[in-house]
Ligand binder design. Structure first.
Ligand SMILES: Nc1ncnc2c1ncn2[C@@H]1O[C@H](COP(=O)(O)OP(=O)(O)OP(=O)(O)O)[C@@H](O)[C@H]1O
Ligand SMILES: O=P(O)(O)OC[C@H]1O[C@H](OP(=O)(O)OP(=O)(O)O)[C@H](O)[C@@H]1O
Ligand SMILES: [Mg+2]
Length: 284
């Protein structure tokens, strides 16, 4: 049984569970506060803090895990990156008070105090830039630090930017771009590595399917060349002869975000019976 460490709460936990459920690895939790769950068959989930996941995976307490890339970088542990899960997108940024006069990273003087819960990444970032700063460790609510006078600037996560704005802070540089990742310990035995590859493919097929739709339409035979241009599909659309008729049935996998435009273009060409469905999994 392979142990997969998943975030027990916070920003990533719900989307991780949804992804595993969609991949058929249903997270069957026994009660609200369960610490483990069966993932059906060969995997067992252990629920821990997102922050602890890189350590647990690197130390072998779990075989693989899902957590933020920012936390993986902060841990400094060597791990195999199996997949970018494309949610939990955020950036670890340097921010200063609006009225501080710090507009860009170059404006940061030696001796400046930087509050962050990402102490390692912060130190490394400024050291690499040749700027001597003092890192002030905090464990949360970093944005308040400049107002309390315990630091001059901060390094913290942002996605929409509204927390920075609300606290009168201006972003002046990026330390790390992050999103949720599937990680594993380095050097798994071949059997475990093969199972993890199956896991990676199962999750990947769900992610690939999310941005796509399956489209079917009845197409007048004479406009087929035009329809081929509208529907490039995965390997071009599948065209099924409707016997004896002037129409053919066309099936194609199309990008979800342009589906409205696709439908409009097909209608303009005289297509009928247009049907669009979600795809559960896609393995190109
Ligand atoms: N604003 C955000 N937008 C998108 N993703 C985010 C955002 N904030 C955090 N994340 C991602 O979610 C991960 C976990 O953050 P979360 O807030 O759930 O936990 P935490 O605050 O570190 O932990 P705890 O609440 O246990 O102290 C982060 O490491 C990051 O990858
Ligand atoms: O750019 P924004 O969209 O405003 O997001 C940024 C905020 O999100 C995270 O906190 P979170 O909401 O996870 O709360 P926490 O401080 O309890 O971790 C992060 O620490 C920022 O405070
Ligand atoms: Mg948080």
């Amino acid at each position: 049984m392979l142990k997969i460490a998943l975030p027990n709460k916070g920003r990533l936990s719900e989307e991780v569970r949804e992804l595993f459920n969609d991949a058929g690895l249903e997270v069957r939790v026994r009660g609200e506060r369960a610490l483990t769950a069966s993932l059906g068959g060969e995997f067992e989930a252990i629920f821990v803090r997102a922050q602890d996941i890189p350590e647990f995976v690197a130390d072998g307490a779990a075989d693989a895990g899902v957590t933020g890339w920012d936390l993986v970088c902060e841990s400094g542990r060597e791990l195999d990156l199996l997949m970018d899960l494309e949610f939990g997108k955020c950036r670890l940024v340097v921010a200063a008070r609006e009225e501080s006069g710090i507009q860009k990273l170059e404006d940061i003087q030696d001796g400046v105090r930087v509050a962050s819960s990402f102490t390692r990444l912060t130190q490394e970032f400024f050291t690499k830039r040749g700027q001597r700063v003092t890192v002030v460790p905090v464990s949360g609510a970093t944005e308040i630090a400049p107002h309390l006078g315990i630091a001059d600037i901060i390094v913290d996560l942002t996605s929409t930017g509204s927390t920075l704005k609300m606290n009168g802070l201006r972003e002046v540089g990026t330390v790390v771009q992050s999103s949720a990742r599937l990680i594993a310990r380095k050097g798994h035995e071949p059997e475990a590595a093969a199972k993890l590859e199956e896991l990676r493919q199962a999750l990947g097929s769900v992610l690939a399917a999310r941005g796509k739709r399956y489209l079917m339409a009845n197409v007048p035979r004479r406009v087929l060349p035009n329809v081929r241009e509208v529907l490039p599909g995965l390997n071009g659309p599948t065209v099924v002869d409707v016997q004896g008729g002037d129409y053919v049935a066309v099936h194609a996998v199309v990008p979800a975000k342009s589906i409205y435009r696709t439908i409009a273009a097909l209608k303009t060409l005289g297509c009928e019976g247009i049907l669009v469905t979600r795809i559960e999994r896609l393995m190109p």
